[in-house]
Design a protein around this ligand. Structure first.
Ligand code: CA
Length: 742
């Protein structure tokens, strides 16, 4: 086989010398450099199978339509670019395929750039069947793109992009010079795998243009792509240019929306949004002129406000280019909306956004809600939207004739989508895209994330160094089960996998750290504690110990910390002994504490307050504190902080139920002077808690549409909760209901 290939390639080289195409196989960077200089139309350069470390590929050349120049892998999927690698292509009719970028990150501003520099761009070129998997800069706020499209008539297709964790759009179409405008790019058949919640602006999956060039047409087509749990931020796709076409894509359980943020004349058709009831799943948000939204199927979407299943915005009169242009001539027709919780019309109406939608139509749409409740919220004058021939199974409360109320008898089609027979109303989609229609066939789309308690049980009994040893030998997903007795931790336990520490049935387990921390959650780590007693009795006699903390730098993967049925005591050997401290730039998907007891703590319990630069960044998406008892805690139980005015995130969210607090937050070193301090938290539910002789609850609303519900709590010898609006001059919007003050 090898001999034949060798013969074949020498034969091809020979032929090339008399004017035919050559095929060059290279095994190292020096060979690549030598060959890359002499590429002619029709030539192919083949990277040998294996790992190429720190390889910044420059691929330049002038192919022709019939004789492109190709860069590919010896075996597709067997060539791995790792470390500080990237690819820049420039010239005409170039084709790249078969490469994998993983185990590293780009040292430059893009993993794949369709340009060499600002003068030399790629045109008529194609990057196909490439993989960029978890290739994220370890500094979460160091921004880059994974794919940056410049030039014209380029195609990016059948590729796999998963797990971008640092700031920056996954794919950006740039229009920053004339040579990249009216570009007619095609982005198709790609698999966009999970992008975790970023916890700040800059987590979009695809952006076409920027506000600066948004009145320029891009003419980019985005077709047949699968967006699988792209949860980065409120915009999954941000269209910021004109005349793009987004069609036949599937958005599966993705938090956020396809937003027509800037630019006119875009067409959104034949797309499917499947939310399956997942929180913050959204659909389409319409802004600007001449937008067409046709024949889309939206189902099970729970998002609200700008993240709704469907939103038509108000504009700003004579809007600056970066604000909101009025919706004019929007055509919204033949869409099906099934169990979409919210449809907002005139959204964003306020003293600045006063231009209501104009000359627009909403027709032949089918809207069905199982609960028969109207999803519509009308926020301003919508007389500029003409409604006709829409069917719904509920009565519209805003207009008699906007929707025809009927008992919709829907049928499931061969795709599993609901349709109404014998009618021109609603979407009609012949075949919907599946995951397997996208990405390279040779790369697995199986999830990487490992859940708690999915591995084996490792049983241990007290002994010297047993905790560290068990942890070192465990695999991600394993459960370390502790027999009864005392465990002394001589070392800080570094958690860099998904791991559970669990007391054996009915076992009394006491863990005593001897260092300033017991656990450090590191990158790739998630920690679960169940049924254990943690005591600070043997901790060093100095101030500022932290029982559990995250890694201090490079914590770019989201993590979870879950504790239940446990006990934490004696964190008081010196002052300011904290229970949990999130490091700066760390981000928890979930912090949950349930059915546990805390007593005699000289510091704070949950310090989720490290992002003090007020750029809309925060430390935890979901915080759950249920059924616990807290007593004699000098510091605060919780400080959850999200500063700034950016509106690109969903959280933070807090649920706090059925807890008893007794003497919490009254220590003289507690600068917050509160037991619970919430700043910029978007969702708060606080109910059935008892506050006894404790510091107050302080809630500071900033931007967004924060929802705070405080009900059925008993406050004895505790000041009333304080709620303030810091940004908007309005009455606090928090809801208080049936609280008792004694
Ligand atoms: Ca954004």
């Amino acid at each position: 086989m090898k001999m034949r290939q060798l013969l074949l390639s020498s034969l091809l080289c020979l032929i090339s010398s008399v004017g035919f195409s050559a095929e060059y196989k290279v095994v190292n960077q020096v060979e690549y450099q030598a060959v890359a200089k002499k590429l002619l139309p029709g030539d192919t350069i083949i990277l040998a199978d294996g790992v190429w470390h720190d390889f910044e590929i420059v691929f330049k050349g002038k192919g022709t339509k019939d004789k492109p120049i190709t860069l590919t892998a010896q075996t597709k999927g067997k060539v791995i670019l790792s470390g500080q690698s990237n690819l820049r292509l420039a010239g005409e009719y170039l084709v790249v395929s078969g490469l994998i970028f993983k185990n590293g990150y780009t040292p430059s501003s893009a993993v794949i750039a369709f340009k060499y520099n600002d003068q030399e761009l790629a045109n008529h070129s194609r990057v196909s069947e490439v993989v960029i998997d978890e290739y994220s800069n370890p500094d979460r706020f160091e921004s880059d793109y994974w794919v940056a499209l410049y030039g014209k008539h380029n195609r990016f297709d059948h590729s796999f992009l998963r797990g971008k964790r640092n700031k920056g759009v996954t794919i950006a179409v740039r229009l920053n010079t004339e040579a990249s405008q009216h570009n007619h790019h095609l982005i198709d058949h790609n698999y966009f795998g999970p992008r975790p919640t970023f916890g700040s602006n800059g987590g979009e999956t695809l952006r076409i243009g920027t506000s600066h060039y948004s009145l320029t047409d891009s003419l980019t087509r985005v077709e047949h792509n699968y967006f699988d749990r792209c949860d980065g931020e409120v915009e999954i796709i941000s269209v910021k240019s004109g005349k793009n076409q987004i069609s036949h894509n599937v958005f599966y359980q993705s938090r956020g929306t396809l937003t027509l943020r800037h630019g006119n004349g875009n067409v959104i058709e034949n797309n499917v949004f499947l939310g399956n009831g997942v929180e913050h799943t959204g659909g389409i948000r319409v802004i600007n002129r001449d937008q067409v939204i046709r024949n889309n199927y939206l189902s099970g979407l729970t998002g609200y406000r700008f993240g709704s299943g469907f939103t038509v915005m108000n504009g700003v009169p004579d809007s600056p280019i970066n604000r909101y242009h009025q919706v004019v001539n929007a055509v919204i027709e033949n869409n099906t909306l099934i169990n979409v919780d919210n449809i907002y019309l005139g959204a964003g109406s306020d003293s600045e956004r006063t231009s209501t939608p104009k000359n627009s139509s909403f027709k032949n749409n089918l809207i069905y809600n199982q609960n028969k409740a109207s999803p519509f919220t009308i926020l301003d004058d919508i007389s500029g939207i003409e409604f006709s021939n829409n069917l719904a199974n509920f009565k519209a409360d805003f207009s008699q004739k906007a929707l025809s109320y009927t008992n919709l008898d829907l049928q499931q089609d061969t795709n599993g989508l609901l349709t109404l027979a014998n009618t021109q109303v609603g979407a009609n989609l012949s075949k919907i895209l599946t995951k397997t229609d996208t990405g390279p066939a040779w790369y697995s789309k199986a999830d990487l994330a490992i859940e708690f308690d999915t591995g084996k049980v490792i049983s241990i009994a007290p002994g010297d160094g047993v905790l560290a040893e068990a942890l070192a030998h465990a695999n991600s997903g394993d459960i370390i089960e502790l027999a009864a007795g005392e465990y002394i931790a001589h070392k800080i336990l570094a958690v860099n996998k998904t791991i559970s520490f669990k007391a054996a049935p009915n076992a009394q387990v006491l863990i005593l750290p001897e260092r300033s921390s017991l656990f450090e959650i590191q990158n790739s780590g998630s920690l679960k504690l169940d049924g254990v007693h943690l005591s600070g009795r043997l901790s060093p006699d100095s101030s500022g110990n932290v029982l559990i903390r995250t890694q201090k730098w490079g914590m770019y993967k989201n993590y979870q910390f879950v504790m239940s049925n446990s006990k934490v005591t004696d964190l008081n050997v010196n002052h300011s002994f904290h229970f949990f401290d999130a490091g700066a730039r760390s981000f928890a998907d979930l912090i949950s504490i349930e059915n546990s007891q805390f007593r005699d703590i000289s510091g704070d319990l949950l310090r989720l307050n490290q992002e003090t630069d007020d750029q809309g960044i925060y430390n935890a998406e979901y915080v759950v504190i249920n059924n616990n008892q807290f007593a004699q805690v000098q510091g605060a139980l919780l400080d959850l902080y999200r500063g700034g005015t950016d509106e690109s995130t969903f959280g933070p969210h807090l649920e706090m139920k059925n807890n008893t607090l007794s003497q919490v937050g009254l220590g003289k070193r507690n600068k917050l002077k509160s037991a619970v301090h919430l700043h910029g938290v978007q969702h708060t539910l606080m109910e059935y808690n008892q506050f006894k002789h404790s510091a107050l609850v302080k809630v500071e609303h900033t931007v967004g549409d924060p929802k705070t519900l405080i009900r059925h709590n008993v406050f004895s010898n505790t000041a009333r909760p304080e709620v303030v609006e810091l940004i908007f001059d309005q009455k606090p919007t928090a809801i208080f209901h049936q609280n008792v003050f004694k």
